[in-house]
Design a protein around this ligand. Structure first.
Ligand SMILES: Nc1ncnc2c1ncn2[C@@H]1O[C@H](COP(=O)(O)OP(=O)(O)O)[C@@H](O)[C@H]1O
Ligand SMILES: [Mg+2]
Length: 363
């Protein structure tokens, strides 16, 4: 890269040399010695004038530009600029450029400072919110245990005495509601653990084929009971160095969602794996209602639900996919989806292959 100063000296240095050389050549070759001398003196004056003018221009042009570049660099690194050391006598456009940059830097600096303060406040609020939620969910977890325990006891009529049909119906309602409450509390606690980076992970070599077959076996009965056709598509299978319980948790969330959105008749859910060089990808595909494009970008956000109307048919907390994303990220992978409305949705998640991890352990 060439600098302005060097370019100017190169161009005008050569020009002044040529002018002087022509004058000198003319002096050597001319018959008219007096005229030759005048031209030589003239070319000498012009070439040295050009040289000094170049020196002057180069200094006045490059100094402010170099100073501006330095201050820009300083600002990008520290969000701060030192005082302008240039006087006002230079090139007016460049002085104006400095002034405008200073004004702009001042404004950007102020905005960044405000944003920093706001971020600190938000972080503090977020921390308090997490602490509050943690406290609430722990407090809820404690009483739910005896409630669930006594429901089970009441159901064992030989121990607690016989219940009539109406009482049994009521007990069933209480039982269903308590299970939902328990699930909600578990989800909130789980989401918090992920937020705080406290999710426990037990990694081992997991065979993707075994894992998929186990998941299929676990969910096939409930799918059959709902007339949903559960399929399995085994691509190239492989091993992942990961936590099988956590992966099952992801599958459980994704399959439960799919079960809620497939049609009542001819519902199809397909579980599968695909393979690339570094990752193994799992997917859960359904032929359900699909998710609109504008909803897709929000789908992994905490408490986000597509249908928020009070007449909403599907129940849920909007935490399922947040938890899936949190687990996948903790396991070193990523999760994404493809969906088209009224056709269906496929959720994919990938995990690093075991080989990479094993290589790290036994280099
Ligand atoms: N397979 C799917 N098909 C259509 N919509 C889905 C599917 N999975 C998730 N969704 C939408 O994404 C939203 C968020 O899902 P999730 O985080 O699991 O929360 P929840 O199931 O508790 O509502 C759901 O409310 C639902 O509208
Ligand atoms: Mg869900």
């Amino acid at each position: 890269m060439i600098r302005i100063k060097q370019a100017l000296f190169l161009i005008f240095g050569i020009t002044s040399f040529i002018i002087f050389y022509i004058g000198f050549l003319n002096f050597l070759t001319t018959q008219d010695n007096e005229m030759g001398l005048i031209i030589l003196i003239f070319s000498g004056i012009v070439s040295s004038g050009t040289f000094f003018a170049t020196f002057y221009i180069a200094n006045h042009l490059t100094k402010p530009i170099e100073s501006l570049a330095k201050r820009m660099k300083e600002f990008s690194e520290n969000n701060f600029i030192s005082k302008n050391s240039l006087d006002d006598k230079g090139i007016s456009e460049l002085t104006a450029l400095h002034k405008n940059f200073e004004d702009m830097a001042q404004k950007v600096g102020n905005t960044l400072e405000k944003e920093k303060q706001l971020n600190l406040k938000l972080k503090e609020m977020d921390k308090r919110k997490t602490e509050f939620m943690s406290m609430i969910s722990h407090e809820l977890k404690t009483p739910i245990m005896p409630i669930m325990g006594y429901i089970q006891l009441l159901k064992k009529q030989e121990l607690m005495g016989n219940l009539n049909e109406k009482q049994l119906d009521a007990l069933n309602e209480i039982s269903i509601a308590s299970e939902k409450l328990q699930k909600l509390i578990q989800d909130v606690l789980m989401a918090q653990k992920i937020d705080l980076g406290k999710l426990s992970i037990n990694k081992e070599i997991v065979d993707s084929k075994d894992l998929l077959e186990k998941t299929f076996k676990a969910f096939n009965p409930i799918c059959e009971s709902k007339n949903i056709d559960l399929k399995m598509s085994l691509g190239q299978t492989s091993s992942v160095y990961s936590d099988s319980d956590r992966i099952s948790q992801i599958f459980s969330n994704l399959i439960s969602n799919a079960m809620s959105f497939v049609p009542k008749q001819k519902g199809i859910i397909e579980l599968g794996t695909k393979d690339d060089n570094e990752h193994i990808t799992f997917f859960v595909r359904d032929n359900g209602v699909g998710i609109a494009k504008e909803q897709q970008k929000n789908i992994f956000k905490k408490f986000y639900q597509v249908d928020t109307s009070s007449t909403r048919k599907k129940e849920g907390s909007g935490l399922g996919l947040t938890i899936c994303e949190g687990i996948v990220k903790t396991l070193g992978g990523k999760i994404w989806l493809k969906s088209s409305e009224n056709k269906g949705t496929t959720f994919f998640f990938n995990l690093p292959k075991a080989k990479i991890q094993v290589d790290k352990i036994h280099p």
